[in-house]
Design a protein around this ligand. Structure first.
Ligand code: DGJ
Length: 738
């Protein structure tokens, strides 16, 4: 909806007087519960007025008088250079200023997916450079994506020094930032802090992966300390797989200024005559139902529009890594397939170690790039394994790491020019002392990487799942393909090349399930997920630490995308011994799988897993496609953590409760549920029960209202025989509407 209205003529900000146009063209980008209001009067500046709860047409008409942000919607560097800018360039003549005006506004609706794209076109008043600032609204999900196309219409080369995807002013106040930080094997840690004066920056410079440490997604709680189910919350997710930068500048104005985009450091981009540079999208959401509300919007948007096959249920799998590591052989694979099939699993994935003919992949120091089966280990090749899986009634999946090679490989020996390397420098090697990154900026390398998948899929069309790993960062800045004057394109062109390869793969193989793994959780981002069905949350499978990691990760990503596996005890990363019940109860809150050697499990353990897998099949639609309500945060250190998933019709829910510490006679909070229909009555059934006696409320019914106002009491521990007692307790309850 657009309409014209007069605005007041001047406002005072930070001591500077800004003239406002007498007329405004209001662009109202609304979704069912939110409004983004902009002013794009042709020939005038492009102004941001409001983002938040949906407001009425009459409120929009009076917005300016109420006091609104009224800042540039996409600040550029040049005039008034004191503030931060989203875009900064150097023109061919050395001029470093931009002075933009609105040229046009266009709207186009996409009937197929229900989205609408509004484009505000801007042109520089004196230089041949133009911007299309795009907003795609998703009406079902309350998400708005924004991105910018920058076009050089002149003859010379324009250098882009900074090129953010989006900018959002947020009214100064008791605003809290929730963001994720971490490290390898400790990904997705939640950090919550109030925004203070100065700059808070979150960034990545890995080059290949971008989510081991901080994440390119944040939430802002506008009403003080973040609450899960109440409070106005803005979510922002940069949809990019490479180096990013998100920063919030709290300056002397009345605003916190959020900028998000590609990290421009060492990445100046030369835009030649006629070329357009498109930034990745920044997805924004707003909810007045707290952090969980913003998560639900992101999850729905992701499943419906961004995640590969997002509305489909994922298979329950066994992955071979923690079971056998590099010790792959035909007999071992057959045994694992038989075991997972006997427990009700649906898919077996053979991890690292299956390939290499000149050099053998017996450890991590050789053979990446030589994707030929090692017939010493697998005399009947991949086909033998595919057949074996079929015999067991399950599907077969395989591990690859196609962006990489080792200096000990045929590929490197034949094509040393394919790797990322600076001129006049020795190669820098990573994992295993020999790992090298292939230069995806090079179209020949793009073909090579595409062919890794294409060859496997053509030869073995029954491959159902690919685990796509990436275990090295860019270790030295240099492309042997890019010209000398375009070396600064490497970080960006790597990811453009990556996307081109993925486009080709998905065009040909839309149905194969592909996991984004990158030394664990290095690729949990909305940049890769259009081509990937899921990601490996972390190489750390310790159930207790996973409670924390999966909690954080769930802020932005739905359970259907979060691979979560039952592994051995003691755990291989923390060496902590956690009972199978707890390990299973945690894994069942994501996309359930196993990462274990089943032959080391007792019959009783296998039996427990068989029942759990069966149960998971029943709750899978609610877990993988339902709405998340986080209830009790492990980060609040209250001794337990709890969350639940509710089906879209609110007729089914799965409630999880995990104790996070144990003390005798400790006092734990009683957890109120959320997301249920207050007027429906739900019958409670405990899942994965190990207690000798049922919970007192087993089989009983309660109204949604009662469960949300009071919750149910969780016993401190399990009522099991003495020799089975331990210091862990967890519960999963199913709530079915009568
Ligand atoms: C790192 C991954 O995160 C692991 O799951 C495993 O696939 C190894 N690489 C294999 O080398």
């Amino acid at each position: 909806m657009k309409f014209y209205k007069p605005l007041s003529t001047v406002i005072l900000m930070s001591g500077l007087v800004f003239a406002l146009p007498l007329k405004a063209e209001i662009v109202n980008l609304s979704t069912p519960s939110t409004s983004l209001v902009l002013d794009a009067e042709k020939g005038g500046p492009f102004r941001f007025l409001y983002y938040g709860d949906k407001i009425s047409a009459s409120d929009i008409a009076n917005l300016a008088s109420a006091g609104t942000a009224n800042r540039d919607a996409y600040p550029v560097y040049g005039n008034y250079p004191q503030g931060e800018a989203a875009l900064s360039v150097t023109h061919p003549d050395g001029n470093m200023t931009l002075d933009m005006e609105v040229a046009d506004i266009k709207t186009s609706a996409n009937e197929a997916d229900g989205s609408t794209v509004t484009t505000v076109s801007m042109r520089d008043k004196s230089y041949p450079i133009s911007l299309d600032i795009n907003y795609r609204t998703w009406p079902e999900e309350d998400v708005i994506e924004t991105w910018v196309d920058i076009t050089n219409n002149g003859k010379g080369t324009v250098t882009l020094n900074r090129f953010m995807s989006g900018y959002l002013p947020v009214r100064y106040g008791d605003v809290w930032l929730s963001s994720l930080y971490g490290s390898w094997a400790n990904e997705g840690r939640l950090n919550q802090e109030p925004l203070r004066h100065g700059v808070k920056m979150i960034k990545n410079k890995d080059g290949v992966r971008n989510s081991h440490t901080s994440h390119a997604e944040i939430m802002l709680s506008l009403d003080g300390k973040p609450m899960e189910n109440t409070g106005r919350t803005i979510g922002a997710a940069l949809c990019y797989s490479g180096n990013y930068k998100l920063f919030i500048d709290t300056d002397d104005s009345n605003y916190h200024h959020l900028f998000a985009g590609i990290n421009e450091e060492n990445s100046a981009y030369n835009l030649k005559k006629g070329e357009t540079f498109s930034t990745p999208a920044l997805a924004l959401t707003f909810s007045d139902e707290g952090l969980s509300g913003a998560s639900r919007n992101f999850h729905r948007w992701g499943r419906n529009h961004r995640l590969a096959n997002g509305n489909e249920l994922r298979k329950i799998l066994l992955n071979s890594w923690e079971g056998v590591y590099f010790d792959i052989n035909e007999e071992g694979m057959a045994q694992m397939m038989k075991d997972i099939a006997s427990m009700g699993g649906e898919l077996f994935v053979m991890d690292d170690g299956w390939f290499g003919d000149k050099y053998y992949r017996d450890n991590d120091s050789a053979s990446l790039g030589d994707w030929t089966v090692d017939t010493r280990k697998l005399p009947h090749g991949i086909q033998g394994l595919v057949d074996e899986a079929e015999k067991n009634g399950i599907k077969f999946g395989i591990w690859i790491e196609p962006e990489m090679t080792n200096s000990r490989s045929r590929l490197y020996e034949e094509h040393p020019e394919y790797i990322i390397k600076a001129e006049n420098r020795d190669i820098v090697e990573g994992r295993g002392g020999t790992q090298l990154v292939l230069d995806l900026a090079n179209p020949k390398v793009q073909d090579l990487v595409f062919n890794v998948v294409d060859t496997l899929m053509t030869k073995y069309p029954l491959i159902d799942y690919i685990k796509w790993d990436a275990n090295a960062p860019i270790m030295q800045h240099g492309s042997q393909y890019l010209t000398r004057d375009n070396q600064s394109h490497l970080y960006i062109d790597y990811h453009k090349g990556f996307e081109k390869v993925l486009d080709r793969i998905r065009a040909k193989y839309p149905d194969v399930t592909i996991q984004a793994c990158a030394s664990g959780g290095g690729r949990a981002n909305w940049g890769v997920l259009p081509w990937f069905d899921e990601f490996w949350v972390s190489d750390n499978t310790d159930a207790l630490q996973r409670v924390y990691m999966q909690w954080g990760t769930s802020y932005f990503f739905p359970a259907v995308a979060m691979a979560s596996h039952i592994s051995a005890a003691p755990n291989h990363q923390t060496f902590r011994t956690i009972p199978l019940k707890y390990r299973t109860d945690v894994a069942m809150s994501g996309r359930l799988g196993m990462e274990i050697q089943p032959k080391n499990m007792t019959d009783e353990e296998k039996d427990f897993c068989r029942r759990a897998i069966n149960t998971y099949k029943e709750i899978r639609p609610t877990v993988q496609q339902g709405d998340i309500y986080r209830l009790l945060s492990p980060y609040d250190n209250l001794g337990a953590a709890s969350l639940m998933y509710v089906s879209p019709r609110k007729d089914d829910a799965v409630y999880y409760w995990w104790k996070t510490e144990t003390f005798v006679n400790q006092q734990l909070p009683r957890v109120k549920m959320a997301g249920l229909d207050p007027d429906k009555t739900y019958t409670v059934t405990e899942l994965n029960r190990i207690d000798n006696t049922p919970l007192p409320y087993e089989g009983k019914s309660f109204t949604g209202r009662f469960l949300m106002d009071n919750g149910l009491e969780m016993p401190l521990d399990h009522n099991v025989d003495y020799h089975k007692r331990n210091d862990y307790a967890s519960r999963i309850l199913r709530l079915k509407a009568n």
